[in-house]
Unconditional design. Structure first.
Ligand code: F6P
Length: 507
């Protein structure tokens, strides 16, 4: 079926009048319309999109585009387990890991979770000997989610200390092993495909480290987390230590599956179950809430408005909570690997910008480093602020008051601006958009909700643009060239040849 022609609607979106935020705030109903507090398993989360340029007119045109591309049908197809990843002929069943959507996929996910829970409990009960540390080896989607969740939720009181290693630069492995004792350490090898060079190289070196540390049967300490169990067994992992997950769970959507093993090991199974429940609640909201109240659709509409109508090439995310410091890098993979495409799902050139560059950092640090550009630079960059009402520490509450005051001050300052007295260098133009997500407490359920919110937000943008967010062919060329350098024989451009020679590798 030919893709609907949405070009006139996108043009109409660009042509809409552009009231300022101050003008939009003239509407007394603005907060009612653009601030939604969802009552979620981990406590309420406030989604405040009022300081964006969303308006009934903007939403009207985006709603028309949604109707033209049949966003509702895509959403249903996603949850039903249709082959929505058309270029790879697969469904995308990460919601099934949370018990939502396609029943057969949810049943399979439950079986895999039972297997994972059993292993987690065996380890906690000490039946595999004393286990104090886990070195989790994976990269991309097999590492970023576990790293985020462990850093957010298990800074203290982890049942097992988890160290995530991703980079093929063995300095990362060296840093992890320096904190562990081979006698009490297990290794998780996390790879959906079980073919990823970095992961297998790090895993081999970790086994050497165990062996050199006096462990007689290093493979006996390895758990494999993979959608290719036969490859893990062929590599040497005992079949009983392989925790499979479904091929239909994409790498950057996989932390709900057995890729989340380190999260369950650190938090305990109840914590992992709460994480899934928090995500499931957002699945239901996304599926069931009418568009006007749907925080996922609203966020995606704002993203699309800025990328498409205002031609913003990036969006920034600042976590005003040290525990969420890794969230911007997690979202970078989620959004850029999903929606950084130049063709539609049908393979036609995409006539519009696709994903903006996602970047960000942690507040208040970023204020003293990059906020200058947000306030006075020439780029318009929509910002998301994330904050948590209850602090994650017992120090003087003044710390947290100051942290939150700064977070809210930035949103207010970006919007209001301030005319410079008679000096343009001190002039703040204002009218710069931001959204704020305020959580009550940061527990496993809340983190699950936050991540699922961003997954579906990314999905909505993809459907509106007509792209497939579930493949990532763009990463393959560089991998193939790196391999051909290592195997030798291939020749490259003069610059690359000179670099190889200067570094003395592969020639
Ligand atoms: O190279 C990109 C990528 O395929 C990601 O999509 C994925 O999350 C990562 O590599 C790791 O892949 P795997 O889990 O198969 O090792």
């Amino acid at each position: 079926m030919a893709a609907p022609d949405t070009a006139p609607l996108w043009t109409a979106l660009e042509a809409l009048p552009r009231p300022t935020l101050a003008q939009l705030f003239g509407d007394a109903a603005r907060l009612d319309r653009y601030v939604t507090v969802l009552d979620l398993p981990g406590g309420p989360i406030r989604f405040d999109w009022s300081k964006t340029h969303l308006s009934p007119e903007v939403e009207g045109v985006l709603g028309d585009i949604g109707a033209a591309v049949d966003l509702d049908a895509s959403r249903e197809a996603l949850f039903a387990g249709a082959l929505i990843n058309n270029t790879e002929g697969r469904a995308a069943t990460h919601m099934a890991e949370r018990g939502v959507g396609n029943p057969a996929a949810a049943e399979e996910a439950e079986r895999f979770h039972e297997r994972m829970q059993a292993l987690v409990e065996v380890i906690h009960e000490g039946l595999l000997g004393e286990v104090k540390s886990l070195i989790h080896i994976g990269i991309g989607g097999s590492a970023l989610g576990p790293a985020l969740a462990i850093d957010a939720l298990a800074r203290e009181d982890a049942k097992v200390a988890v160290h995530v290693v991703s980079n093929v630069d063995a300095a990362a492995l060296a840093a992890a092993t320096a904190k562990c004792d081979p006698a009490t350490t297990m290794i998780a090898v996390a790879s959906k495909t079980f073919t990823t060079t970095e992961t297998l190289m790090n895993a081999t070196s970790a086994l050497d480290w165990l062996r050199e540390g006096g462990v007689e049967d290093p493979y006996g300490r390895v758990v494999a987390l993979t959608a290719a169990p036969e490859k893990a067994v062929a590599w040497g992992v005992d079949e009983t230590r392989v925790l499979p997950f479904a091929e239909t769970v994409g790498g950057r959507y996989s932390l709900w599956s057995s890729i989340g093993f380190p999260i369950a090991l650190a938090l305990g199974w109840d914590g992992f179950a709460a994480f899934l429940a928090g995500a499931a609640a957002i699945d239901h909201h996304f599926l069931e809430a009418p568009a006007a109240e749907n925080v996922v659709i609203r966020a995606a509409f704002a993203d699309l408005y800025y990328t498409q109508a205002r031609r913003c090439a990036s969006r920034a995310v600042f976590a005003y909570d040290e525990r969420l410091a890794l969230l911007p890098s997690y979202l970078q993979q989620l959004e850029m690997e999903s929606n950084g495409k130049r063709v539609t799902a049908q393979g036609a050139p995409l006539p519009r910008p696709s994903a903006p560059v996602t970047w960000g950092g942690v507040g208040t640090d970023a204020q003293h480093a990059v906020f200058q550009l947000l306030h006075q630079g020439t780029h318009l960059i929509p910002v998301d602020f994330l904050a948590v009402s209850v602090p994650g520490h017992d120090f003087d509450p003044a710390h947290h008051r100051t942290l939150l005051a700064n977070c809210f001050a930035q949103g207010a300052a970006l919007m209001a601006g301030k005319p410079g007295p008679d000096d343009m260098a001190r002039d703040y133009p204002g009218d710069r958009p931001s959204a704020t997500i305020l959580c009550d407490e940061l527990g496993a359920a809340t983190l699950g909700s936050l991540i699922a919110f961003h997954e579906h937000r990314t999905f909505v943008s993809a459907m509106m643009l007509g792209i497939n967010p579930f493949d990532q062919f763009g990463v393959e060329l560089g991998k193939a060239i790196a391999k051909s350098i290592e195997t030798g024989g291939a020749s490259f451009d003069a610059s690359t040849e000179a670099l190889l020679e200067a570094a003395g590798i592969g020639r």
